[in-house]
Design a protein around this ligand. Structure first.
Ligand code: ZN
Length: 203
């Protein structure tokens, strides 16, 4: 299976679905992580993202869109279309369309436009941590047991040293705690959960 995962910034994918990525790659599936923009400390953060993707066993593309140009526009959809057509994914992941960060929402609007008529499943991961308020609740429907992948998930986040310096160890505890909370809902140790935009039966 080919999995295309969109994140606006370095570290968004690791926080939202790092365990799911590690679970895919450990089972021999191909995952391409896409970072739309790098808002600051570019050299450091691209290097951190490369290290994190390596921990998860995924490939990485840094689109490096100018931050002010990351808006829901024909130009961004065209760029996403090109990436999509070059990779031909079976499954696509993106931010929640209710995420409070404008860059996250812009990426998801463009992903929804890009995938509007393709035969791929599309899922959204939760509001990134740290994250603000969102007007509508996240309605998690699709659960992935990441008990076997909690270590690579946390290891990949720890590669983002600039962010760990900024947010401190509580940041990591919060991300782990959320995975534990979701784990209880499906009777496993750790889980990640997604909202479904479209889920295509493969049988
Ligand atoms: Zn972000």
């Amino acid at each position: 299976m080919k999995v295309l995962a969109f994140g606006a910034h370095p570290d968004d994918l690791e926080i939202g679905m790092g365990g799911t990525i590690a679970r895919y790659t450990s089972r021999g599936h191909e995952v391409l992580m896409v970072i739309a923009t790098v808002p600051n400390r570019k050299e450091n953060r691209i290097h951190e993202a490369e290290e994190a993707a390596a921990v998860l066993g995924a490939d990485l593309v840094v689109m490096d869109i100018v931050p002010d140009e990351l808006v829901f526009s024909r130009e961004i959809v065209r760029r996403f279309d090109k990436l999509f057509n070059g990779f031909t994914p079976d499954v696509v992941y993106t931010h929640s369309n209710n995420d409070s960060h404008q860059d996250h929402a812009a990426v998801t609007n463009a992903v929804i436009a890009t995938t509007r008529k393709n035969d791929c499943s599309v899922y959204m991961y939760e509001q990134t941590i740290p994250g603000g308020i969102a007007p509508n609740p996240f309605h998690g429907q699709y659960y992935v047991d990441i008990s076997e992948a909690i270590s690579p998930k946390l290891d990949s986040i720890m590669k983002h040293r600039t962010q760990l310096d900024t947010y401190g160890p509580w940041w990591l505890e919060g991300i782990k705690g959320r995975a534990m909370n979701h784990g209880f809902k499906i009777n496993v140790k750790y889980a990640e959960v997604f909202e479904v935009i479209k889920d295509i039966a493969r049988w």
